[in-house]
Design a protein around this ligand. Structure first.
Ligand code: SAM
Length: 224
């Protein structure tokens, strides 16, 4: 049985999935800095070549497909079965699984990369260490993580979104960027880069992209 907060978020994304898929931008239409961050991540995981990259909370799979187009061996996982259906239909050449980022199906050290693109903010802050521990467990030593989320002092909000269709409730948590970076470090990651972008039109909070990696035994950043 899943925790109630996961059931609630799954139900809401199932309800809005088709409208979300219609309204969310293709990554090729994103601003240059957001695309540059994705390109940097793609280059890091393809050059390290340590295993496939999981797009956790992949939604309709647009970012998974974009990474694949950049040469990344990418697959998607999402809590919402409806999102996974839509992703499979739109990108039949790619793999998409139903799954929770707090209990990934991948084995220890199997992944070369993990992308969490606007998907971690639905977890209550007390559940983030568990998800980050899963990211760390499933990444190979030397593997890379890109986490992109809005940041700030927002705390908990109950939002109602419809993405152009019938609205559904979403619990959302905004944390300061330093707190997210600190939690990643506590999980064993080395945070190698952080890009903070001013709020875009209509948004209240900045977006932060955290590039991190799981240290390899010989990682120079781990040596005094
Ligand atoms: C705002 S959408 C982002 C989708 C996609 N990453 C994109 O950028 O288009 C958030 C997605 O995260 C998924 N999600 C939320 N919590 C999750 C969890 N704990 N495990 C896996 N997926 C989750 C939702 O079902 C939803 O599809």
């Amino acid at each position: 049985m899943q925790p109630p907060h996961l059931d609630a978020i799954r139900q809401s994304y199932d309800a809005v999935a088709a409208d979300y898929a219609r309204s969310v931008k293709d990554p090729a239409e994103l601003d240059p800095l957001s695309r540059a961050v994705l390109a940097a991540f793609a280059e890091l995981v393809t050059s390290a070549d340590l295993g496939p990259t999981a797009d956790v909370g992949c939604g309709p799979g647009k970012v998974t497909a974009y990474l694949s187009g950049l040469g990344v061996s990418a697959f998607g996982a999402d809590l919402s079965p409806r999102m996974v259906e839509l992703a499979r239909a739109a990108h039949p050449d790619l793999r998409f699984d139903v799954g929770s980022m707090s209990a990934l199906a991948s084995g220890d050290g199997e992944l070369g990369g993990i992308l969490a693109y606007y998907s971690t903010h639905h977890l209550p802050p007390e559940s983030l260490p568990g998800a980050f521990a899963e990211f760390h467990r499933t990444l190979a030593p030397g593997g890379h993580l890109l986490l992109v989320t809005r940041v700030g002092e927002g705390g908990h909000q109950r939002l109602t979104y419809g993405y152009g269709g019938d609205p559904a409730p979403f619990d959302s948590y905004r944390l300061p960027a330093d707190r997210i970076a600190g939690l990643l470090e506590q999980a064993g990651f080395v945070v190698t880069g952080r890009v903070v972008q001013a709020p875009d039109e209509g948004a209240k909070r900045p977006v932060a992209s955290f590039l991190a990696h799981k240290p390899a035994a010989s990682d120079p950043l781990q040596q005094g």
